[in-house]
Design a protein around this ligand. Structure first.
Ligand code: SF4
Length: 174
């Protein structure tokens, strides 16, 4: 087992303590730098840095950054959600480490969703029901993993199916 223990701290953003969401930093007891290119290959990191090694994932509006000695997760509901994600990551890290001889390590960032492709799936009426001033702004938020198709009330079932199908290729976990 590569990662055995971590110690997490859950806190509100210092820049605006009125934000409802919390952040989490987990300090790792073991250095997991060696697994990062394998984790990137298996889970499709949104961004990969070589030096120092770090891989970032986007999932359901959260950014999850894994470094050699630290894991950071933002936009969490509470400490319980933070622990759920850390436990899931610990299993993934250890499973990937055990299987590393079968995996081609990746030092590249994964392809990102294209705003224009997302925009094609939207009604494009700029009705503002989603809270964004235009469909283009909403599409940008979807591309960044901040919003999902469900936040566009007038989207048709067919359009939603297309958008969900397109975005599925870029999501880490539901
Ligand atoms: S609710 Fe949908 S159609 Fe209306 S502006 Fe937002 S993305 Fe466009």
């Amino acid at each position: 087992m590569l990662l055995k223990n971590y110690h997490k701290e859950v806190f509100r953003a210092k820049c605006n303590t009125s934000f409802q969401s919390v952040h989490c930093i987990a300090k790792l007891d073991q250095d997991i730098s060696a697994v990062l290119p394998y984790l990137n290959a298996e889970l499709g990191g949104y961004a990969y840095l070589r030096d120092p090694p770090a891989v970032t994932f986007k999932s359901a509006g959260k950014l999850i950054t894994v470094q050699g000695r630290e894991i950071a997760v933002n936009a969490l509901q509470d400490a319980q959600e933070a622990e759920k994600i850390l436990q899931w990551l610990k299993i993934e890290i250890n499973t990937v480490w055990e299987r590393r001889s079968e995996i081609e390590p990746s030092f590249e960032s994964a392809a990102k969703p294209q705003v224009i492709e997302i925009l094609r799936c939207l009604p494009r009426t700029n009705c503002r029901e989603c809270g964004s001033p235009t469909c283009l702004v909403f599409a940008t938020l979807v591309a960044q993993g901040i919003k999902t198709a469900q936040a566009c009330p007038p989207i048709s079932a067919d359009q939603q199916q297309h958008l969900d199908g397109y975005m599925r290729g870029f999501r880490l976990m539901e």
